[in-house]
Ligand binder design. Structure first.
Ligand code: MN
Length: 206
């Protein structure tokens, strides 16, 4: 039995400055993300056999999770995995790169152009009410791309969608630096998207 632990970040807390500040990452990763991980472990202790399963697999089939911990797995398992994914899909602005390859082709095909995709993504990010996330996802079978919001810590995996790119729109993701200026946070976040990784998320088989 192996408890879940936070993956180490591939960059230092100040590496995403000035777009995402060190203090925000310190608290977001060290406190918020850690708490999701701890509470997930606490819930799974009631059914330790589930420690052997990938948490992504549990989220893909929440109805298979014992009912007494289903909500905890949805909330804390979702929070754990969503944040793992969020950190992975960012990098220092100097290595952010550009959207290219098969992903760019699919974006142009499904949204018309990259700028149109960005416009819709920004609009949905601004329009999200309350706490949640906005995702670029693809359908596991058809590979068709979609931009969708999820509430709280819900994962696209639970509705059969494959995560490609995400922005965390809980206030804890930006409030220290941006306060209520979510629009500014969203605009700046584009500078630290790890396009290499995002492209890989799209192209990977599973
Ligand atoms: Mn968060």
């Amino acid at each position: 039995m192996q408890k879940h632990t936070l993956p180490k970040l591939a960059y230092s807390f100040d590496a995403l400055e000035p777009y995402m500040d060190a203090k925000t990452i310190d608290i977001h990763y060290g406190k918020h993300h850690q708490t999701y991980c701890d509470k997930l472990n606490l819930a799974l202790e009631k059914h330790p056999v589930l420690f052997d399963k990938k948490i992504e697999e549990l989220l893909k089939d929440l109805s298979s999770v014992p009912s007494d911990i289903q909500t905890a797995v949805r909330n804390f398992g979702g929070g754990f995995v969503n944040h793992n994914f969020f950190w992975e899909t960012m990098c220092p602005a100097s290595s952010s790169g550009k959207c290219s390859g098969d992903l760019l082709k699919a974006i142009v095909c499904d949204f018309g152009s990259f700028s149109e995709f960005q416009k819709i993504f920004n609009e949905k990010s601004l329009a999200l009410f309350g706490s949640g996330w906005v995702w670029l996802v693809s359908d596991f079978k058809s590979k068709k791309l979609e931009i969708i919001p999820t509430k709280d810590q819900d994962s696209p995996l639970s509705i059969g969608k494959k995560p490609i790119l995400v922005i965390d729109l809980w206030e804890h993701a930006y409030y220290l630096k941006y306060q209520n200026r979510r629009v500014e946070f969203i605009e700046n976040w584009w500078n630290i998207v790890n396009w290499n990784r995002v492209e890989k998320n799209y192209s990977d088989k599973q």
